[in-house]
Design a protein around this ligand. Sequence first.
Ligand code: PBG
Length: 323
Amino acid sequence: MAFPVTRMRRMRATEALRSLARETHLEPSQFIYPLFVCEGEGIRKEILSMPGNAQQSVDKIVEECRELYSLGIGGTILFGIPDYKDEEASGAYDDNGVVQRAIRAIKREVPQLLVMTDVCNCEYTSHGHCGKIVNGDVDNDVTLGWLAASAVSHAKAGADIVAPSDMMDGRVGAIRKELDTNGFQNVPVLSYAAKYASAFYGPFREAAESTPQFGDRRSYQMDSANSREAMREIELDLAEGADMIMVKPALPYLDIIRAARDRFDVPIAAYQVSGEFSMLHAAARNGWIDLERAMLETLTSIRRAGANIVLTYFSKEAARLLG
Ligand code: PBG
């Protein structure tokens, strides 16, 4: 039945009608808030390119986690910013490393809050790459040992989920095996399976002090032109034992989220990365867009594309707005 019997505007007339017809909903419990842990005490160093976000010492991180829990946010993902970096990323798998100490403190003070950890080496290497450099490139197989050791060290400290973001081949299998050998059979792996070499990580690299000192990450992160390759990456990670997978960044890759949702019956996460966050802030500061509306619209789009979980720097603001 066409117009004039059918009128699509009928169901849009009031908020009550729109709400009945709404297909996608946002809940604070679907958000994961990234936190940057640094050394020291009482420290909160604002990240200028990411308004409202900061590098914080463990005590401040714990306070922040109390707030996340009270807002009903799904959890946090921790990134470490160690004072000391070396060629071997030794801070990444040090049981007394900055992330490991943060996990223990959060689990002691806010035990109900879900804590995931980013498993990667770039914040811990002096050269800023995600693994061991051999002949000018990241050596895949040596790096696997570091990643597996980091994951176990995070699990030992009490992490609920480990999330490898390095894009080495075989890392999920290596991590799963090492977790199981060490008695952590029940710690899930959320794999950053389809992680693209993206311009949108710019502000994060300032925040995490992890910009590569030479070259770029294109020899391990995916080419933004590829979607079939993303399906293979996901398939392989699931075969190696990933419990959940992630697409990253989110907004420029909604088609990848949708394709993954249609093809794989596992929980799917999407990472609304630093550049996606910062550009909305920058435009809002210029008075060019309404930040709150743009924030909720992008989050809704990511969920509509098929993501169950959204890692976002907007977690707190969005949770407050959703009440
Ligand atoms: C670590 C990592 C990065 C991000 C998450 N984990 C940076 C990178 O790969 O360069 C980016 C997150 C963001 O931009 O918000 N490898």
